[in-house]
Design a protein around this ligand. Structure first.
Ligand code: AQP
Length: 332
């Protein structure tokens, strides 16, 4: 089986529907075909300030949502990044083959550093993509399913792997990003031109997996649309309605055209109610299962620890090879 790697940051109490559609749904099907590693990337989360107690809790909650969404720890390796030290170690080595200029071109850093202010942005936020490259390359992953916002980081990973291989000899597998085209990006319901984010400042336009179902329903009914009243996909001129159509299609597996036809002449109220029912039906079991798992944190921690040990075995092999190639003197 080919290797697959993907991960999410424990940067909020709950994941959002973009994480679910853009990542978890794909992971769920791909875990049958691939030798998959799914990570809660806590080292990435601390690139912006986190409260220590909350971070631990968010890490557990993120892992619980992976499982609740259908990632099976018996099938896939599901672990917490910081429990495998090789991630941080390889990131340092890779940073030595990363150009300052190429790192500066990463648009996520530009977006996020703007959010926090250039002075407050950490060096780690800047080198975030190098750590992500280490995550992927440690496992010799061939396949990396991500939303299209992460495509640039996977491109960088490929470049670093090729450069390292050329300089030090064949070491890393060159990974391919896997992006589901039409549903690659879900937008904020209140600001349908910005990507939906779990750590967004305003939660009004973010559909969280663990939100109370009534809260989710309200957010959908209040989603920004437009004044022409026609359920039609037009990303340019009707970003709100188009985003809702994307979500509808992704969760039901239906074509956008078929959904447009169904709601022809019926107005946004009906359309939103239909979408609300689809989302509530999808979220309810996931939420219930996640909350159930969180009732026994010791058991969850034990499971994650066992999976981290499995991940370490693979990661340590790659790291040992890298240290050897780079010429670091090993203890006898
Ligand atoms: N809006 C989105 N549409 C489609 N896919 C998305 N992803 C995130 N938002 C959307 C995908 O979810 C995975 C998890 O990403 P992450 O946790 O590493 O961080 P992110 O991409 O920055 O996600 P968020 O929710 O926006 O988190 P914060 O607020 O912490 O920055 C990735 O595969 C991503 O593509």
């Amino acid at each position: 089986k080919a290797r697959l790697f993907s991960g999410m940051q424990p940067s909020a109490d709950s994941l959002q529907i973009g994480n679910y559609i853009g990542a978890l749904m794909q992971w769920r099907t791909m875990q049958d075909t691939y030798d998959a590693f799914f990570t809660v990337v806590d080292l990435h989360a601390i690139t912006v300030p986190q409260d220590p107690k909350e971070l631990r809790e968010k890490t557990r909650r993120t892992a619980a949502q992976y499982i609740a969404a259908g990632i099976e720890p018996a099938k896939s390796t599901l672990y917490v990044q910081s429990q495998v030290p090789a991630h941080a170690e390889l990131a340092w080595i890779l940073s030595t083959v990363t150009g300052f200029g190429e790192a500066s071109r990463m648009t996520q850093f530009k977006d996020k550093s703007q959010r926090y202010g250039a002075d407050k942005a950490s060096v780690a936020l800047f080198t975030y993509p190098v750590l992500m490259a280490a995550d992927i390359l440690l496992y010799q992953a061939k396949v990396v399913p991500v939303g299209d916002d992460q495509k640039q980081h996977v491109e960088l990973t490929r470049n670093l792997a090729e450069r390292f291989n050329a300089r030090f000899g064949q070491t890393f597998t060159i990974p391919d990003p896997v992006i589901q085209k039409d549903t690659a990006r879900i937008y904020d319901l209140q600001e349908p031109t910005s990507k939906m984010s779990k750590s967004a400042e305003s939660q009004a336009g973010v559909l969280y997996l663990l939100d109370d179902i009534n809260v989710t329903a309200k957010k959908i009914m209040r989603a920004v649309t437009d004044s022409d009243g026609i359920v039609r996909y037009d990303r340019e001129n009707k970003p709100g309605v188009s985003n809702l159509l994307t979500i509808y299609a992704a969760l039901t597996g239906r074509q956008i055209g078929a959904i447009e036809d169904e709601y022809a002449g019926r107005g946004y109220g009906d359309f939103k109610k239909g979408l609300r029912d689809v989302i509530v039906a999808e979220f309810e079991p996931v939420r219930a299962r996640a909350l159930e798992l969180l009732e026994d944190p010791a058991e969850l921690d034990r499971l994650l620890g066992a999976n981290a040990a499995r991940a370490s075995e693979v990661a340590e092999k790659t790291l040992a090879q890298v240290y050897e190639r780079v010429g670091l003197l090993r203890a006898p």
